[in-house]
Design a protein around this ligand. Structure first.
Ligand code: DUC
Ligand code: ZN
Ligand code: ZN
Ligand code: ZN
Length: 482
């Protein structure tokens, strides 16, 4: 066989092993992995560096309006470029339904918005309005198109779907082998805290962190898991920021529940003290759930190390610090009027590599699992996240020793700040490929606008009852002779 490209002389790292080997690529696919491969129209010398599956960013907000209508600063061109500079070969941003909008319309909108992407993409839907048509007509049609995951919110006035809505969505998703993701914070608890803080005149950015207590997340994660159990559906808990929430996920898994979860670098890297900066600087660190404290960081790290978390995602939610984003409601806006979210799609992998692998908290194989392979498996990206023949040649070549200080310019996004500014990180993704095409090499963009393609995802096949049977439901099904 003649290969289009051979990557040679590197150490291949997968979610389960590492070994010296060459990779042969033809038509965008990996077609051979062997100790030595001759040939190749193009030969890329990995020179002893690490050759890993390119990152899959499974949590990013790109070209998405918040429920209150603020557009993210990154569209699919800058968002995908930033992702690629950060070591990602593909991403799965959200396609968000506004109330009253049809899912078909949502998909058409994001299909147009995503065209400029330089890396491959898919979407998780966000469902805010689970009407009969949405549940029984539009969602099944979206699943059939390979959009096999969706997210719901338990909070925010315009998004929160309530327990009944969640049960409806979980059941429909289960019936179609799709996966329900949840943003879990108790809406009433947050509203109550907002009222208490407001009555005391405490509206500076730092009070955002107090307004969304750890208890609110723990309660909502417990409820979401319990609802998933009743409906017999798998569940993915996004951006877990608390020890109690992670422990609840861990317990469900121990009981056989098909519960998956992620955390994000910001919950491991930053604390609520970062919100207590002079003037409005703290607004840069407003995200939901909010940053916590050092004790919670330690607990989250343990959960990353022991497998409670399947992935570490960025939750890239790029709202600029200027009047178009965070401070759209004025320079001194009270925290409830400041857009929630921070950028980080380019920083996710370098940060996790440096703080995780280089500092000895994670094995290289764990890094690959947490940044790529697990997301592919959980979200049904059958051709991505692994280095083995037949897979898309989505590959990142890392220099594990290069040291770099995080700067805004290096993020290559459309933001005016990075919360990771100035951190000194060891390990740099030097070459990033999507389907065999070099997108980024040594700090230079080679990818072309529109080169990325939509990838359909398989139903996850978790359609049976998970291992957490509910007595009454079993009796009901037996009674109905099912
Ligand atoms: N949830 C997210 O996932 N991202 C930004 C804000 C939010 O509430
Ligand atoms: Zn119905
Ligand atoms: Zn969220
Ligand atoms: Zn998010």
């Amino acid at each position: 066989v003649e290969f289009d490209t051979v990557i040679h002389g590197g150490t291949i790292v997968t979610a389960s092993e590492r070994y010296a080997g060459d990779i042969g690529i033809t038509d965008g696919r990996i077609c051979a992995v062997a100790e030595r491969l001759a040939g190749g129209t193009r030969r890329i010398d990995a020179g002893g560096r690490l050759v890993m599956p390119g990152g899959i960013e499974a949590h990013a907000h790109i070209a998405q309006e918040s429920a209150s209508g603020i557009m993210t600063a990154d569209g699919y061109l800058s968002g995908s470029i930033s992702a690629a500079f950060g070591g990602n070969s593909s991403f799965i941003p959200f396609a968000a339904q506004h109330r009253g909008q049809s899912i078909d319309d949502v998909i058409a909108t994001y299909d147009a918005r995503a065209r400029p992407s330089v890396i491959d993409y898919s979407w998780h839907l966000i469902v805010s309005d689970p009407t009969e048509e949405v549940l029984h007509d539009q969602l099944p049609r979206a699943f059939a198109r390979g959009i096999t995951s969706l997210k719901v919110f338990t909070t925010y006035d315009l998004l929160n779907i309530g327990d009944a809505g969640m049960l409806d969505i979980l059941s429909v998703a289960r019936d179609h082998g799709a996966l329900t993701m949840v943003h879990a914070e108790n809406h009433a608890m947050v509203a109550w805290m907002n009222g208490e803080l407001g009555a005391r005149g405490l509206t500076a950015p730092k009070y955002h962190a107090l307004s969304r207590p750890e208890l609110a997340e723990e309660e909502a994660i417990n409820r979401a898991i319990t609802l998933a159990q009743l409906s017999g559906a798998p569940l993915f808990v996004v951006h877990v920021s608390t020890a109690g929430g992670a422990a609840r996920v861990q317990r469900a898994r121990g009981e056989g529940g098909q519960v998956f979860a992620e955390t994000c670098p910001q919950y491991l890297a930053l604390t609520r003290d970062d919100l207590d900066r002079p003037g409005m600087e703290g607004a840069k660190f407003i995200c939901s759930p909010p940053l916590r404290d050092a004790a919670t960081q330690d607990a989250l790290w343990r959960h990353v190390q022991t497998g409670t978390f399947d992935s570490v995602s960025s939750d890239h939610a790029p709202y600029r610090f200027d009047g178009t984003g965070k401070l759209m409601h004025g320079q001194g806006a009270p925290y409830p009027k400041i857009a929630n979210g921070m950028p980080g799609i380019a920083a996710r992998l370098p940060w996790l590599f440096s703080e995780g692998v280089v500092k000895g908290r994670l094995r290289l194989e764990d890094f690959v699992a947490l940044t790529s392979t697990n997301a592919a498996r959980i979200f049904g990206a059958a051709k991505k996240g692994r280095i083995t023949p037949g897979m898309d040649a989505d590959i990142a070549i890392w220099n594990p020793e290069a040291v770099r200080k995080v700067t805004l310019a290096d993020q290559h996004d459309n933001m005016d700040f990075t919360p990771f500014e100035g951190m000194e990180l060891t390990g740099v993704p030097e070459i990033v490929m999507t389907r065999g095409e070099v997108i980024v090499a040594h700090g230079t963009l080679h990818g072309k606008e529109g080169q990325g393609r939509f990838f359909a995802r398989a139903p996850m096949g978790r359609t049976g009852r998970p291992g957490m049977p509910v007595k009454e439901v079993e009796l009901m099904r037996a009674g109905a002779g099912q």
